[in-house]
Each structure stands twice: as C-alpha cells, then as structure tokens.
Design a protein around this ligand. Structure first.
Ligand code: ADP
Ligand code: MG
Length: 206
C-alpha cells in the first residue's frame, strides 16, 4: 500500500463527490440538532479544495495536504472548517519527507490528525462529534498491518451509526441535551465520506 500525489487527489475527488451528492442530507442532519449549515460548509469547502488543487501541480503529498488545510481553514466557517483544516494540516506535517506514504506513515498521519482535532475541539470519545468516527478508524489503522478497504469502510460506517443513540456533549447539538439522542451527528457522517473514499482508493491501489 502506497499513496502518492495522484492517489491523494483521487481521495479528495471521491470525498468531494460524496459531499456534493449528499449536501442536502448533511444539511438536514444539521437542521435536526444544529444550525443547518454543515452541508453548505462542507460543500463550499470541498468545492474550493477542488478548484485550488486542480489548478496546481504538486510534487509532494505534504504540499497538497497543506493546500487542502489552508483552503478549509480560510473558506469554511463553523466548527467543521477549523477542525478538518487542522486535521489536514497535521497530516501534511506528518507525511513530510515520508513519501510515497506507506502503511506506517498513513497510520501516523491519521493519528496526528486526530490529536489535532482533539486539541482544537476538546471533545472526548462519545461526545457525539466527528471524534467518534476518527478514533475507531485510527485504532483500526494501528491494529492492522494490511488494510482492507471494505473493512475500513465498515469500521467508519459502524462508528458513524454509533453516534445516533448517544447524547451530544460538545458542539451546538449539546444544547439539546437528551433531544440530541436519536439523530446522527452531521460531522460524523461527513467524516464517514472521507474514510469511505479513502477505503475506495486503497482498494483500487491493491
Ligand atoms: P457548526 O457546529 O459551527 O455549525 P458545522 O455544522 O459545519 O459547524 O459542523 C458541525 C459538526 O462539527 C458536528 O456535527 C460535530 O461532528 C463537529 N464538532 C462540533 N464541535 C466539535 C468539537 N468541539 N470537537 C469535535 N467536533 C466537533
Ligand atoms: Mg452547523
């Protein structure tokens, strides 16, 4: 398993497709327990990411991920822009000089990204945020030497679904307390798209 610039571009493109296709769905999830802008935030952010990265030629994955981070940090408002922006920035730093990215480097990159998200957002596992998807995915990556795309997708999907029955303790949904139970966390759904897309790219690369 190795990821070079082209595979990372494919990952971003697949993520973008899912986000654009599910923009209304993400919005409706955020309408239920937030302020209804998650679909708009993610759609605009990834549109900007696609226009930036398709107009630039990259020699390194690190530079590419840094542009993704800067775009998300500068163009996306709300909680999700800074959180995803931080995640991509940490990944960019983690893979610097370790390209193409092999399994240990990928593992490190996602672990650093999760640490960045935790530092920035101060959420814990079980608070009904995207941390609830990132944590089991990072654990899965660390526990498996070879990564099977379908398995990765399943881990991310189960984690996303697990956010439904818990009460929100961080983010806007936390204001609803018990009323947040029974709804999926919007940021966990967008994070699922990110990891489902990664799973597809890893499968294609085999
Ligand atoms: P906002 O909440 O500012 O309207 P978005 O709607 O774009 O921003 O994003 C909401 C998502 O951000 C939530 O569904 C949750 O997954 C994530 N989120 C919110 N606050 C935090 C936090 N403190 N730590 C981690 N993730 C968070
Ligand atoms: Mg919102």
């Amino acid at each position: 398993m190795e990821l070079a610039v082209q595979q990372v571009l494919n990952w971003l493109e697949k993520t973008n497709e899912k986000i654009q296709r599910n923009k209304e769905y993400l919005t409706s999830l955020d309408q239920a327990i937030g302020d209804g802008d998650h679909g708009i935030n993610m759609s605009r952010g990834f549109q900007e990411v696609m226009s930036k990265t398709s107009a630039t030629s990259y020699n390194s994955v690190s530079d590419l991920l840094k542009d993704v981070a800067m775009t998300l940090l500068s163009k996306v408002g709300g909680a999700s822009g800074p959180l995803y922006g931080t995640a991509f920035l940490k990944m960019s730093m983690a893979v610097k000089g370790k390209e193409p990215i092999d399994k240990p480097a990928l593992e490190d990159a996602f672990e650093e990204a999760l640490n960045g998200i935790l530092q920035r957002g101060k959420a814990q596992l079980g608070d009904k945020t995207l941390v609830d998807v990132w944590t089991p995915v990072v654990n899965f990556l660390k526990e498996h030497t070879g990564i099977e795309g379908p398995q990765l997708e399943e881990v991310a999907k189960n984690a996303m679904e697990s956010t439904k029955e818990v009460m929100a303790k961080k983010g806007r949904a936390a204001y609803l307390k018990e009323r947040s139970i029974g709804q999926l966390d919007p940021g966990s759904v967008s994070s699922y798209y990110l990891f489902a897309s990664l799973a597809e790219v890893l499968e294609e690369g085999e």
